[in-house]
Design a protein around this ligand. Sequence first.
Ligand code: PFF
Length: 440
Amino acid sequence: MSNRATFATRMGAIAATVGSAVGLGNIWRFPYEAGQNGGGAFMLIYLACVVLMGIPVMVAEFVIGRSTHRNVCGALRQLSPGGKAHWFGYIGITASLMILSFYSVVCGWIVEYLVMACGGRLHGLNPDEYGTMFATFVTHPWRPVLWTVLFLLLNHLVLRRGLKRGIERVSNLLMPLLFVILVIFCIHSLLLPGAGEAVTFLMAPRLDDVTPAVALKAMGQAFFSLSLGLSCLLTYASYFKNSDSLTRNATVIALLDTLVAVLAGLMIFPAVFSHGMEPQAGPKLIFEVLPLIFNQMHLGVMWAVLLFLLLFLASITSTISMSEISIAFLTEEHNLSREAATAVNTGIAVVFGTLCALSFGPLSDLTICGKTLFDLFDFVSSNVLLPLGGIFFAVFVGWYLDRRLVRAQLGRGPVVTIVVFCMRYVAPLAIAAVFIYGLL
Ligand code: PFF
């Protein structure tokens, strides 16, 4: 494995991992999940999940990835020879393909809105008209499919041509810009008349809202947003240098990712309340609210183009990272060429992505357990497979792995002690409890 690439600098390693973590999960999924699950209660549990489960599980994935420098199945086989641990690798690979399928649909929506923003067509309508615009688009028999497939082909090209580093470099340059723009939007939103109500909604938990179902959603969101539990960060850590501090990397990544999600919430909810809209709108929330924000801004068309462009970049760095899981697996475990492995990954995602894209229109009646295919993929991956993967990684590193190996990866110090404590006791028990109560 000595010829395997590593990230050139610590900043490069962090930036690529943040690129994976920061995406539509923060800006599209966080606000709507918070909106549907009680706002403040969701936020409180979310933050607790990031600290008590997110950081420890992330460190566990880092330990496995960096100590072996291999893909998930290879790494688990090396650390547990002859054992069955590598089966958990297959769960991660399945989850990554499910997420890639429905995530690409939303990336497709972003591209459609980017094109509309460039044509100035997102401007000057009222809330109802934006609602109709979105509904007409997502129920269209082929437009959402077209964008989903085009997005996946672009993702394919970037991965196949080895343009990943290029994209990463561009996105590393532009991610700080996304951050600055989010701050500008937040300030603008916080000056709106509904801002007080929005901040209360998002920051003040109402105890009645703290239910097991909300906890399950918040935990699923924390795992999804941090790209945890499916070995994405394990795969990225397999490219880390041995000198990087894993606990420090994990803390910085979790902090930045959470900050972006909170900023997105503070950008969206004041606009929701000031226009008398419903925070429970679901996946369409940002597509109906963002145009209203652009409308009220000076140079709104420019802001619209800029924001959707940056969202597009943020999402492609995330789809690249989730694709890398199965590509690393297929090339290293099954000796497929990178081209062939990428084609398999894209092929599967195109088939299931198409079905997910259609589940808002022609296939909206096709439901399993009352959920459309899009919702089912989202629910099963985020709320079931990722937490299960999280328990496995925490227990595997916390209890099974040789202490000396873990110590060699993490070093010593008070932060390491706390993280390892959470990894061994708090995270597995808390994830299991939320999981069991949430599903009952
Ligand atoms: N964390 C990404 C986001 O918040 O958009 C989504 C994601 C990326 C999930 C990579 C899983 C993954 F492996």
